[in-house]
Ligand binder design. Structure first.
Ligand SMILES: CC(C)(COP(=O)(O)OP(=O)(O)OC[C@H]1O[C@@H](n2cnc3c(N)ncnc32)[C@H](O)[C@@H]1OP(=O)(O)O)[C@@H](O)C(=O)NCCC(=O)NCCS
Length: 188
């Protein structure tokens, strides 16, 4: 594995984002209505400068860990995944991701990325619990977290608005006892 990479999975390498990763492609992902439909970033203005400011801000905070996902077959940056903020008091962190490169959807890469960052967070960052929430109709995200070993822990009714319509939010979590399934997801 290249020294630049923080960790890897069978088809992806993960490394901290650099300013040079924050260009037109990244901006186009955030402006793509198919990609941002369920992302809170859809509510804010996006420019390359604002993306760079966001990445610099996250990189400066020790309790947040943002990684680019790079395909191992051709080296392409296809999206990002983050763990954090991590609460040191509770050893608990949030996981979120997006794959901006739509050609990379439907190949099991989100499942693989979620499993890989979760193992990294438990083994290297020392978390004891990870959590993620998603709109109930974002079945791709929900299925990816469940396949990566997460369990549904809750459903917040009519908790978010998409295009003026109220949607439920599913709350998912991963604890140490679930990690065998997470490791298995990385093998399949
Ligand atoms: C949601 C997202 C992460 C899924 O990524 P992906 O790499 O295509 O997901 P995977 O290939 O690992 O698929 C995981 C499961 O979800 C299913 N799935 C994927 N996209 C789906 C969709 N649009 N509708 C229904 N199921 C879907 C897959 O079939 C698979 O389940 P299965 O094996 O039981 O069939 C990706 O589409 C994305 O980044 N979307 C935009 C941003 C976003 O919504 N991020 C999550 C915010 S919570």
């Amino acid at each position: 594995m290249s020294q630049d990479y923080a960790f890897e999975s069978p088809r992806l390498n993960f490394r901290k984002l650099e300013m040079s990763d924050c260009g037109e492609t990244y901006l186009a992902w955030l402006l793509d209505p198919e990609v941002n439909r369920y992302l809170e970033t859809r509510h804010s203005e996006q420019t390359i400068e604002l993306i760079q400011g966001f990445v610099a801000g996250v990189n400066s905070r020790p309790n947040e860990h943002l990684f680019g996902m790079f395909r191992r077959d051709d080296g392409r940056h296809i999206g990002n995944i983050k763990v954090g903020p991590i609460s040191a008091l509770h050893r608990r962190g949030d996981v979120s991701l997006f794959i901006g490169d739509r050609a990379s959807w439907g190949q099991g890469l989100a499942t693989e990325a979620i499993a890989a960052i979760s193992i990294y967070a438990f083994d290297t960052l020392g978390v004891a619990k990870l959590a993620s929430g998603m709109y109930a109709n974002n079945q791709g995200s929900y299925r990816a977290f469940i396949k990566a070993g997460y369990h549904q822990e809750g459903l917040r009714r009519q908790h978010g608005l998409i295009d003026g319509e109220l949607h439920d939010i599913l709350e998912c979590g991963l604890i140490a006892q679930d990690l065998a399934a997470t490791r298995k997801a990385l093998l399949s």
